[in-house]
Design a binder for this molecule. Structure first.
Ligand code: HMG
Ligand code: MG
Length: 299
């Protein structure tokens, strides 16, 4: 059977805006988050406390957060890779952080300046201190299906890295298809393998990029396998700047359309969401990739 409710974990302001040529002005980022809240999204990953010279698009993380209500009902996690990032996040008053590890050497090097093994030394003190301060910690594991340097990534390699990241003290593990090459049977197999390693679908989330147009099918496979948290991005924005060939995330509009069609309540007002994504597409100077958005705005 299918679940009655799912959690949509909106990543547009973070995954979406980190990969754009245009640096969106701080005030427009704040408005983006507020409009997503108004559209009914209740978990919104707002920004990243990473090296500002690596990701200048999100260098104004503290300024954005200063204008948002971090004690309200909407959860607003941020990416934090290391101690310096956690210092900045704590100073900004965040209550939810996400570490982001890699299952492959290629991305560990390109994204974190570490190896798969040494990434844990960077994350361990971050998670320990964050949990000690009462913050919630999510862990991402990237390159769960394929990797531009390595090619296909064996299930055992992904489960090993994912379990080590989760066991640092996270409450949820988000499985990243960073380059969007997954297909549904592969998704089902990976979720099963995590289950055998003690990480059931209740602690998993799916983070699907849509490069090959498979993200929605993959989300459906994960839903059938018991996963109830899905990352998506308004208008289908997104991509990792340190991964060749990475494109946008599963569009929130497409996910909402499917879930509502399945009778699963999302609480999202699709019209408000489409208006928001259309406005952001205008600021970025390129049309949205979301098929549902295009269908709903065609005249
Ligand atoms: P590093 O160079 O190894 O860091 O970077 P370091 O500790 O050696 O420090 C070097 C300098 O950077 C120092 O400055 C630090 O203070 C500064 P100096 O003393 O030389 O003047 N520094 C910082 N400044 C501000 N904030 C910080 C920070 N850290 C160091 N947090 C690091 C290591 C991880 C920081 C770097 O590689 C980095 O910033 N990486 C971020 C990459 C990134 O944001 N990628 C995109 C997000 S991941 C993603 O998109 C995938 C995901 O969506 C899931 C999926 O799709 O699969 C999550
Ligand atoms: Mg991503």
């Amino acid at each position: 059977g299918l679940p009655e409710a799912v959690t949509i974990y909106e990543v547009g302001p973070r995954d979406g805006l980190q990969n754009e040529k245009v640096v969106v002005p701080t005030q427009d980022k704040v408005d983006f988050v507020r409009r997503l809240m108004a559209a009914g999204l209740r978990t919104i990953e707002v920004t990243s406390f990473v090296r500002p010279d690596w990701v200048p698009q999100l260098a104004d993380a503290a300024e954005v957060l200063a204008q948002l209500d971090l004690d309200g009902a909407t959860r607003m996690p941020v990416l934090v890779p290391n101690d310096r990032g956690l210092d900045r996040a704590v100073e900004a008053g965040v209550r939810w952080i996400a570490i982001f590890g890699s299952a492959t050497e290629g991305l560990a090097r390109a994204n974190l300046n570490r190896t798969v093994d040494t990434q844990f030394d960077m994350f361990r003190p971050v998670v320990a201190r964050a949990r000690g301060l009462g913050l919630d910690v999510r862990a991402y594991v990237s390159m769960c299906f394929g990797d531009p340097w390595q090619g296909p990534v064996p299930i055992a390699q992904v489960v090993e890295a994912g379990k080590r990241l989760f066991d640092l003290g996270a409450t949820q593990l988000s499985l990243g298809d960073t380059i969007g090459v997954a297909t549904p049977a592969h998704v089902t197999e990976l979720i099963g393998a995590f289950g055998e390693a003690g990480l059931g679908p209740d602690v998993l989330a799916m983070h699907l990029h849509d490069t090959y147009g498979q993200a929605l099918s993959n989300a459906y496979a994960a839903l059938r396998a018991g996963v109830t948290t899905f990352d998506s991005s308004a208008g289908g924005l997104g991509g990792c700047p340190f991964t060749p060939g990475a494109t946008g995330n599963l569009a929130t509009e497409d996910l909402v359309w499917m879930l509502e069609g399945l009778g699963i309540r999302t609480g999202v007002d699709l019209d408000l969401l489409v208006e928001t994504s259309t406005w952001m597409a205008g600021l970025l100077g390129r049309p949205s990739e979301s098929r549902v958005l295009r269908a709903l705005t065609a005249s």
